[in-house]
Ligand binder design. Structure first.
Ligand code: F6P
Length: 358
């Protein structure tokens, strides 16, 4: 890749890495259309970093306007995704560089969360022309106030809670609803507040025995008025004392070392504790990948369009090694080197809102 690409016709690679989410396809579409308007062309790298990992057999798909026609309505990613950590693989970045060279790519647009972007930062540090777009329904990429996938996920959780509320109140039960959010409680907070949850548990506020006592008191108190029902939203990443979890054996981990949180099943554990302590009927629903599937919301489509255009703008004018980001409503650029290794926790002000509404 050349460091002097102003006014040059670029061959741009685009990839999506990590967990998929709605909003990726609108961003891919915007990258392709903006690139074509500028006289550039785009190749999709299949399955994230896995597609670049083997220079002898890179997985690619040429992308032009006809290939991306109408994809803004589709969830997932037309170029596939994987959780591949090239920083951990012996010679991983060398292999990616060799693939970039053999494909004749001038630049790369990487759409990913903190893990995928840490590999992008590693490549950028070696001189590759990389621009990143933040995505994760968890909404916790550092440096931006908006990640692709979050708005759709929050809407899905809201709709799910609207449905769980009616059946829970009809049966005077307690519902525990486990939502995604490995390190940050954005989805739990937005979905839970919009869906009228009676309590919201997030990773930023570990659950100790005092908090369990308060939950027991809350559902018991609610038993005696109105419908007698309670709805509790639990982020999958909530920290519970190990003794309260029902773990058997080691929890499998991905290449980035993250445990499979569905195997930890914190929602089931909290439901079991509440049932035992209150004698009430408690049902747990894990929304799982429903939160990441289906058509993107209008907000995710628009954010994808804004990020896609901004990413090609940055490459075209030689500003790479950056992530395009949303700050105070504007699209800005943040140095990629600053993004890795951190995340953006839920703002502490939300914890006060939860308490005030309990
Ligand atoms: O990274 C986002 C996320 O949706 C997390 O909230 C969740 O823990 C994880 O992905 C699940 O990943 P996978 O689909 O690979 O099991």
């Amino acid at each position: 890749m050349s460091p002097t690409m102003d006014s040059k016709r670029l061959h741009i690679g685009v990839l999506t890495g990590g967990g998929d989410c709605p909003g990726l396809n609108p961003a891919i579409r915007a990258v392709v259309r903006r690139a074509e308007s500028g006289g550039h062309h785009v190749t999709g790298i299949m399955d994230g970093w896995a597609g670049l990992a083997n220079p002898a057999a890179t997985l690619t798909r040429p992308l032009d306007r006809s290939e991306v026609r109408g994809i803004q309505t589709r969830g997932g990613t037309i170029i596939g995704s994987s959780r591949t950590n090239l920083l951990k693989r012996e010679g991983g970045l060398d292999a990616a560089e060799a693939s970039i060279k053999s494909l004749g790519l001038d630049a790369l647009v990487v759409i990913g969360g903190d893990d995928t972007l840490s590999v992008a930062a590693g490549l950028a540090k070696r001189g590759a022309a990389v621009v990143a777009i933040p995505k994760t329904m968890d909404n916790d990429v550092w440096g931006t106030e908006g990640c692709l996938g979050f708005d759709t996920a929050a809407n899905i959780v809201t709709e799910a809670l609207d449905r769980i509320q009616t059946t829970t109140s009809s049966h005077h039960r307690v519902a525990v609803v486990e939502v995604m959010g490995r390190d940050a409680g954005w989805v739990a907070a937005w979905g839970g507040l919009a869906g009228g949850a009676d309590a919201i548990l997030v990773p930023e506020s570990p659950v100790d025995s005092a908090k369990i006592d308060r939950l027991v008191e809350l559902v018991t108190r609610r038993r005696n008025y109105a419908t007698g029902a309670s709805v509790i939203v639990v982020s999958e990443g909530v920290q519970l004392p190990e003794a309260l979890l029902n773990l058997s054996g080691d929890v499998p981990r991905d290449e980035f070392g993250h445990p499979r949180l569905d195997k930890i099943a914190v929602g089931d554990a909290i439901a079991a504790i509440l049932e035992e302590r209150t004698g009430l009927e408690v049902r747990c629903t894990r929304l799982g990948h429903l939160q990441r599937g289906g058509p993107p919301s209008a907000a995710d489509r628009v954010l994808g369009a804004r990020y896609g255009v901004a990413a090609v703008d940055a490459l075209e004018t030689g500003r790479w090694g950056v992530m395009v980001a949303l700050r105070a409503g504007e699209i800005v650029e943040v140095p990629l080197a600053e993004v890795g290794g951190k995340n953006r926790p839920l703002d502490a002000s939300y914890l006060r809102i939860f308490d005030s509404l309990a």
